[in-house]
Design a protein around this ligand. Structure first.
Ligand code: TPP
Ligand code: SF4
Ligand code: MG
Length: 351
């Protein structure tokens, strides 16, 4: 047995959210990852976001691929639905599940190897098809689970723990997500929970393909000098383009703390996201400007974090396919099988 289940007893005074759950109800098994692994901080941020947004655990489906990052869904939301797929195949399994039942919140958790190496095609098509999901890549620049080989997101010139230099150009998942049509694109850092939790909350409230690249240092294989994914490097080069001040289900907007620098962005469920711009020249609702800004910071050796792009009018795959709103498993046979006359009509139209 390679896991330890947490005791289910709660202290009776633990605060409950609006749907009656304590924060503990959103936790999972005890993590078996290395102490200090960035991935565990991301799990904690997911727990906090779901608890704060009053999401019922049984309304969440968490899917992942293979890797240390893809193991993490075992360590949060223990009462939710879970599916650990084959390496790099999380997006297609998630797409199928989402098409069958649009009522759940789909949380895709992946690694940089899982999404930028073997699963790059799957990542690309999930983004361009606008699958409504929160897609989190726990990006450490290495294949942690298989002992620290460079992944496709490792920066050119960065050094492995043993001193080898990476000569390949990196796959930039943020740039790809922007180019491919994702409608919520953000980057966080596992060492900055104050920034990460609202980014996850915004993605949960979003109505389309939401992608969050979270820099998540691997303390076992990629946390040394010469790495561009170490805690020290990311702290020194982290340039936040925005801060989400708060999200409020009440649509009324209170006093604006800094006129001109705060954007009020409505969400599909009626909630409101208030975004404080930290770079006056970065417009998070302009896709091309967002791409330029991210690349300009990258060229200056900085890592742009925060909400990089948001389309407040996002549409998802269900809209494009005009699918039935009801989960497929609740449809009766008469609705699933329109009968011989309908089939004859379709056939006649094809002759
Ligand atoms: C089809 C297939 N190919 C290769 C592997 C070996 N493998 C397991 S995890 C992994 C990479 C994981 O890297 P990443 O997604 O970055 O996750 P991390 O462990 O760094 O969090 C690889 C190559 C596999 N399990 N299946
Ligand atoms: S090997 Fe790296 S990614 Fe895997 S658990 Fe350890 S620190 Fe985390
Ligand atoms: Mg990795």
């Amino acid at each position: 047995m390679t896991y330890i289940t947490k005791p289910r007893l709660h202290h009776p005074t633990l605060t409950k959210n609006k749907v009656g759950y304590t924060r503990r109800d959103y936790e999972g098994k005890v993590s078996t990852l290395c102490a200090g692994c960035g991935h565990d901080s991301i799990s904690a941020a997911i727990v906090q976001a779901c608890w704060q947004l009053d999401i019922e655990p049984h309304r969440v489906a968490k899917l992942s691929g293979i890797g240390c990052s893809s193991k993490t869904p075992d360590y949060f939301l223990g009462a939710s639905h879970g599916f650990n797929t084959v390496h790099g195949r999380m997006p297609s399994v998630l797409t199928g599940a989402a098409l069958a039942n649009r009522d759940l919140l789909y949380l895709g958790v992946s690694g940089d190897g899982d999404s930028a190496s073997i699963g790059l095609g799957q990542f690309a098509h999930a983004m361009r098809r606008a699958v409504r999901m929160v897609y989190i890549v726990e990006n450490n620049g290495v294949y942690g689970l298989t002992k620290g080989q460079f992944s496709a997101t490792a920066d050119r010139g960065s050094r492995s723990k043993k001193g080898a230099v990476n000569h390949d150009a990196p796959v930039d998942l943020i740039g790809l997500a922007l180019q491919l049509g994702a409608t919520y694109v953000a980057r966080g850092f596992s060492g900055d929970k104050g920034q990460l939790v609202p980014l996850i909350e915004g993605a949960i409230r979003h109505g389309g393909a939401a992608f969050i690249d979270v820099i998540s240092p691997c303390v076992a294989f990629n946390n040394h000098a010469g790495s561009t994914r170490s805690y020290d490097y990311v702290r020194e080069h982290n340039d936040a383009v925005s801060r989400i001040d708060f999200m409020d289900l009440a649509p009324e907007v209170t006093a604006d703390p800094a006129p001109g620098e705060v954007l009020t962005l409505p969400q599909p469920d009626g909630s409101v996201m208030r975004l404080r711009k930290l770079h006056p020249d970065h417009d998070p609702t302009d896709r091309r400007a967002a791409m330029n800004h991210v690349q300009a910071l990258q060229a200056a050796g900085e890592i742009a974090t925060g909400l990089l792009y948001l389309d407040p009018d996002a549409r998802d795959l269900h809209h494009a396919l005009d699918t039935v709103a009801q989960p497929l498993n609740t449809l009766a046979e008469a609705e699933l099988n329109p009968g011989a006359a309908a089939l004859a009509k379709i056939n006649a139209g094809l002759r």
